[in-house]
Design a protein around this ligand. Structure first.
Ligand code: BTN
Length: 312
């Protein structure tokens, strides 16, 4: 069906092609409309799948995945509390490396530092990717950095906007946060090794400014400000999956760190970071080879930050 967007086809032709009754076609069309597909019906031409249908589907995502990722498990939901939570449940049930969980909306999307992530239906990409790498904790920080780079590159491919990264991995366009990343490592209790990493990506794609809650209106934004065309979220989701997997599976190639630095909105600026509840001033000098932020303090000493929060 998706291949024939913008081409009308009659109910009878569809029934003949699929060897089913007209009633079965009518029921299937009704169900597709309930899923969000925009299908117009005219009496003399038949059914027409509108190019403005933007429905998440595993087939739609798979279509744009690199060949080596074509068969990865993709689980699509209409609504979940949090795709990261779903991913953790999936890990307990044996989910394999590269499993993707994606939902149209999240009712309890989680952010870093115990915050919420606003995840209204059909206007964003809320996705978790499970990695089962052989890693030590140092590399988990690097993964977070790598994912921020991957998302920036995707944003710049699909929009004419310049994406910027606020350390560690918040992504901004025009000084408004459009994407947050929550990376959670699942460690083996006995060995202390990281068994799985859940990379949670929340991208505001078409969320209207008016629909953000009052406390986010001034600080949150979206990537696109036009109507999306057919399968936009599927395309962008697969581009993110391709790029995240490519970079994260080749972490030893640190070239992404240069892209990270180019996109940093804090390097070369004075910043404040929080330590034991207190804000400390410093100069954001560089990113080290593990994704840590090198900060020069007022007394000339340097510290390396690996997590936490900074402000400009
Ligand atoms: C942040 O901004 O602090 C991080 C936000 C991360 C949001 C994503 S949306 C998909 C995944 N599921 C969640 O519950 N959170 C992450």
């Amino acid at each position: 069906m998706e291949e024939n967007q913008d081409t009308s086809i009659s109910g009878q032709d569809l029934a003949d092609m699929l060897s089913v009754s007209r009633t079965a076609i009518w029921k299937a069309i009704k169900s597709l409309k309930e899923d969000g597909y925009i299908i117009n019906a005219t009496s003399n031409r038949g059914y027409l799948l509108s190019s403005s249908s933007d429905v998440l589907s595993s087939k739609g995502i798979r279509e744009f995945l690199f060949n080596e990722y074509k068969n990865i498990p993709i689980h699509i939901y209409k609504s979940v509390s949090s795709t990261n939570n779903e991913a953790k449940i999936a890990i307990l049930s044996g989910a394999i490396h590269r499993t993707v969980i994606i939902s149209d909306e999240q009712t309890n999307g989680r952010g870093r530092l115990g915050r919420n992530f606003f995840s209204p239906p059909k206007s964003g990409i809320y996705m978790s990717i499970i990695l089962k790498p052989k890693l030590n904790i140092t590399n988990s920080v690097l993964i977070t950095t790598a994912v921020a780079v991957a998302v920036c590159l995707c944003i710049e491919k699909f929009s004419d906007k310049q994406a910027e990264i606020k350390w560690v991995n918040d992504i901004y366009i025009d000084n408004k946060k459009v994407c947050g990343i929550l990376t959670e490592a699942i460690t083996d209790f006995e060995s202390g090794n990281v068994e799985s990493v859940v990379i949670g990506i929340g991208l505001n794609l078409t969320t209207k400014e008016s629909s953000f809650p009052p406390e986010l209106k001034a600080i949150a934004g979206s990537v696109l400000h036009t109507d999306v065309s057919f399968s936009t979220r599927n395309r962008i989701a697969s581009e993110i999956i391709n790029t995240v997997l490519l970079i994260c599976e080749n972490l030893e190639d640190r070239s992404f760190l240069e892209i990270y630095k180019e996109h940093s909105m804090i390097l070369g600026l004075n910043i404040l970071y929080k330590k034991n509840g207190e804000w400390i001033e410093g100069y954001a000098k560089d990113i080290d080879e593990y994704g840590g932020l090198i900060v020069v303090l007022n007394d000339g000493h340097s510290v390396i930050l690996n997590s936490g929060e900074i402000t400009i």
